[in-house]
Ligand binder design. Structure first.
Ligand code: SF4
Ligand code: SF4
Length: 354
């Protein structure tokens, strides 16, 4: 039988404190003091309250693909005889610890279908991602707070979708019912919380049932890969869709399925570090070639690429997987309110017009 516990609201902090002794624990929390300000996932500290009431502004992406990370350290060794550089010592900088994200949402975990396909299933496998992914566990909230920007049901997910999650959290008025979805996750719950009585179990079951029935979003993504191809060269369409874009890149930084990165070597004397950091296809220099040629010179080509990548290139390359989990973060964060649902929805309207 699945391990299931109840955590009373006033016991949450002490349960999280105990959980944090078993595993590195991350929670959704305010990133500034302002209660209505941005939220993101941070390492748990006693007394730090999780924010479960709304989706985080920033996704869980950085746990698997840090915004900046050291891939390796190196040092050139000089030949003591001749003084010229003769060898290089490389130190792999990987340090991965088992981590639990307590309070993710189903869209956060669904995003990993795309990330896993890209980073772990070839043709190129990223050992940094793979190791973190193996060691990262998700306790996912059955989502009741979707807003008008969410559209998880349109891209294969849903508010109670638990695919890829290790623990399920159901919020009741008086606390939380937490259920292990895997054996390993069950051992994390040992010695925590209270037994779930029948009344609470029934209430939790009802919430899950209601959430499973809820359809969030009405974007029809069927046929959008083909519609995108038809629209590709229709500059008037793209100008109309994207003329107000500022090329700020926020949409890519808040997106849980955007994974572009750049690599730089930071060196001092004979020692150095190879760094990987997030990049954005919305920046003009992203595709700038050493010759000075830029295949995506304007925001039109750049935004078109972003939409095509998520709704045409990824599905065509990876057998139907979409590059979007419907979290709505890019819509919420865009300073000029560009809405990817409208762009994708408009792709299909009279898409054969020239
Ligand atoms: S494209 Fe927008 S809605 Fe889709 S996963 Fe990225 S941030 Fe979320
Ligand atoms: S957030 Fe909006 S304005 Fe900024 S790059 Fe993305 S689409 Fe353009």
């Amino acid at each position: 039988m699945a391990v299931k516990i109840f955590i009373a609201t006033d016991q949450l902090d002490s349960v999280l404190e105990k959980l944090a002794t078993k595993i590195d624990l991350w929670i959704p929390a305010l990133l500034k003091e302002d209660k209505s300000g941005p939220t993101g996932f941070i390492p748990y500290e006693p007394g730090k309250s999780p924010v479960f009431e709304r989706q985080t502004t920033l996704p869980t992406k950085k746990l698997l693909l840090p915004q900046v990370e050291t891939l390796l350290r190196f040092e050139y060794k000089k030949d003591p005889e001749g003084g010229s550089t003769s060898s290089i010592v490389v130190d792999d900088a990987r340090q991965v610890r088992p981590t639990l994200v307590f309070g993710a949402r189903s869209c956060d975990v669904r995003a990993l279908i795309t990330m896993d396909r890209v980073f772990s299933q070839g043709p190129y496998v990223d050992p940094y991602y793979v190791e973190r992914r193996k060691n990262t566990f998700f306790a996912t909230l059955v989502c009741e707070q979707n807003d008008s920007k969410c559209f998880c049901s349109s891209v294969g997910g849903g508010p109670a979708d638990m695919e890829g999650s290790h623990l399920k959290i159901v919020k009741l008025d008086e606390g939380y019912v937490v259920e292990a979805l895997t054996k390993e996750a069950g051992s994390l719950l040992e010695g925590l919380g209270e037994a779930v009585d029948k009344a609470k179990d029934t209430k939790a079951g009802k919430i899950v049932k209601e959430a499973s029935k809820r359809i969030v979003g009405d974007l029809d993504t069927k046929g959008c890969a083909e519609a995108f191809r038809n629209r590709f060269a229709q500059n008037d369409f793209w100008v109309q869709m994207v003329s107000q874009c500022l090329s700020c890149g926020v949409c890519t930084y808040v997106c849980p399925t955007c994974y572009c990165f750049t690599i730089t070597d930071e060196t001092q004397n004979l020692k150095g570090e190879r760094m990987r950091s997030w990049d954005s296809c919305m920046f003009s220099q992203y595709t700038l070639e050493a010759s000075g040629h830029n295949p995506r010179p304007t925001k039109l080509e750049r935004y078109r690429n972003r939409v095509g990548h998520k709704f045409s290139y990824i599905p065509e390359k990876y057998e139907g997987i979409l590059g979007c989990c419907g979290c709505g973060r890019c819509i919420r964060s865009c300073p000029v309110t560009i809405d990817i649902r409208q762009v994708v929805g408009n792709l299909k309207e009279n898409s054969n017009e020239q």
